[in-house]
Each structure stands twice: as structure tokens, then as C-alpha cells.
Design a protein around this ligand. Sequence first.
Ligand SMILES: Nc1ncnc2c1ncn2[C@@H]1O[C@H](COP(=O)(O)OP(=O)(O)O)[C@@H](O)[C@H]1O
Ligand SMILES: Cc1ncc(COP(=O)(O)O)c(N)n1
Length: 268
Amino acid sequence: MFTSLTIAGSDSGGGAGIQADLKTFQELDVFGMTAITAVTAQNTLGVQGVQPIPKEIIASQIDSVAQDLGVDALKTGMLFSSEIIKTVAEKIRLYGWEKVVVDPVMIAKGGAPLLQQEAITAVKELLLPCAYIVTPNIPEAEDLTGVTIHTEEDKIAAAKELIRLGVKNVIIKGGHGHESNESVDLLFDGKDTYTFTSKRIPTKNTHGTGCTFSAAITAGLAKGLSVYESVKIAKSFITAAIEEDLKLGSGHGPTNHWAFKRRTGVKI
Ligand SMILES: Nc1ncnc2c1ncn2[C@@H]1O[C@H](COP(=O)(O)OP(=O)(O)O)[C@@H](O)[C@H]1O
Ligand SMILES: Cc1ncc(COP(=O)(O)O)c(N)n1
């Protein structure tokens, strides 16, 4: 049995955060475990409340999982503050974990901040050097690098800057590139670039797409797949989940975590 840990925030609405990660791990036949960094009161209309968890309890959740169950791969999501980022980075280094996917969550789809503005420095200085893969969306890549992104060349320039900050592989996600009728995710491994393209699905139900995508990559890594293979499966997983959206709630609804397995019908 392969295991994955998600270190992220709870989304009461069930479409993003810890909840999206666990659903994705389960669908990809990986045993999911959690260290919760913050509790959000959230639904498809927005974020109604945020309560960060004390850093000692976050550290203790990570220790509990590490010292008994073992972690084949892990991802981080909403980390909220510099203090939490520091705690998480220290634990990643302590346990020598290498298959680490960092989803640098900053702002919820409805516009609510999920990372304090001053914590961006901690992401760059403490977290990115521990990352095997970082998965920013376009605004996050712009914030982390200062590069304004319009073209594929801009994405490559931003990816190179992230590699300079210590990351091994960068995926710049295309969900926010609204000017195109395709959603193109670009992977840069420090040497070569690869693109993963789907048609842009016309829907507002994209709550949790980034969480789901990075969790699917983490599940692939946990099973021993390469970065390329893990991203390829994650792209199919998220495309199916968006195409067969559940039409829940009246705002940005969740995606369908069952869709990929129902379609493929096979274990990977
Ligand atoms: N409308 C869409 N149609 C197809 N794929 C999408 C769409 N929106 C997002 N995606 C895909 O979902 C994943 C998450 O991307 P994105 O929405 O940019 O991340 P985030 O949730 O972090 O903002 C990527 O693989 C992206 O290509
Ligand atoms: C607890 C939590 N974590 C992350 C997100 C980001 O969601 P998205 O994947 O849509 O960017 C969220 N809305 N809530």
C-alpha cells in the first residue's frame, strides 16, 4: 500500500483543501493522511471564516504520521502564515522527505486570501528549497517571481526563476489563461519543457482544481511514477473532474472526483 500525506487547510465545502486531496488519493488507490494547518468555513460562494491551527499541533500531526505510518510522498496546500511555513519546512527537512509537491496556495477562487501577504518570503526562502515539484497557477507564479505572464516564453522565464529558488520541477498551470480556448500546463525540469493541454471547459465550477491536480501528482509520485507520468495522469484526472462537474452550490462549485476512475475503470 502506498501512502500520501497532505499538509493543508480544511474546506468545509468539501471541494478544495484537505477534502479534495483525500478524495483524490482515494480515487488513485493511495492511502491518504493529513496534517491540518487551518480550518476554513467555506462554500461555493466564498470563505466565511479562517482559523489557523497552532504550530505545535501541526508539527505533532506530522510527527504522528511520520513515526508510524510512513510517507511515500507529500503535498502542501494552504499554509496561511510564515510561522506555519517554517514549521512545515523544518519537518520536511527533519524526515528527509524528497517527494514533496508544493501547491503555493495564495487566494481562493472567490478572492479570499489563504496566505498572509508577508508569508510569500517564507514560501520562497523556506519552502521552495524543499520542493521536488511546485505547481503555481499564473497569478501565483507572477507573485513568486515578479515575471508577468502572457506567453509560453513568460511561463518558461518564471519557471527558470523558480528553479533558481531551489525547486527541482515547476508546473505552471494554465487555468487562469482565459485568453486561450485551451488550458495548457507547462512542466519545466530545469532542462526540458513539456506541455499538457486540454480544451478550456466553459464552467464556473473550478473550486479545488489546483488542490485536486497537485494531489493527483502526489499520488503518482507515491506509487513510484516519474514526474512526467504523474503529471500526465493528474491532467487526465482533473480534466475529467471538471468536465463532469457536480453542479453543487450557487457559486464556484466543486469538481467531480469520481469521474476519472469511472471513465478509465482501471487501476493505475
Ligand atoms: N476551465 C478549465 N478547463 C480545463 N482545464 C482547466 C480549467 N480550469 C483549470 N483547469 C486545469 O485545472 C488544473 C488547475 O489549474 P488552475 O485552475 O490554474 O489552478 P488553481 O486552482 O490553483 O487556480 C490545471 O491542470 C488546469 O489546466
Ligand atoms: C482550504 C483551502 N485550500 C485551498 C483552496 C484553493 O482552492 P483552489 O484549488 O481552487 O485554488 C481553498 N479554496 N481552500
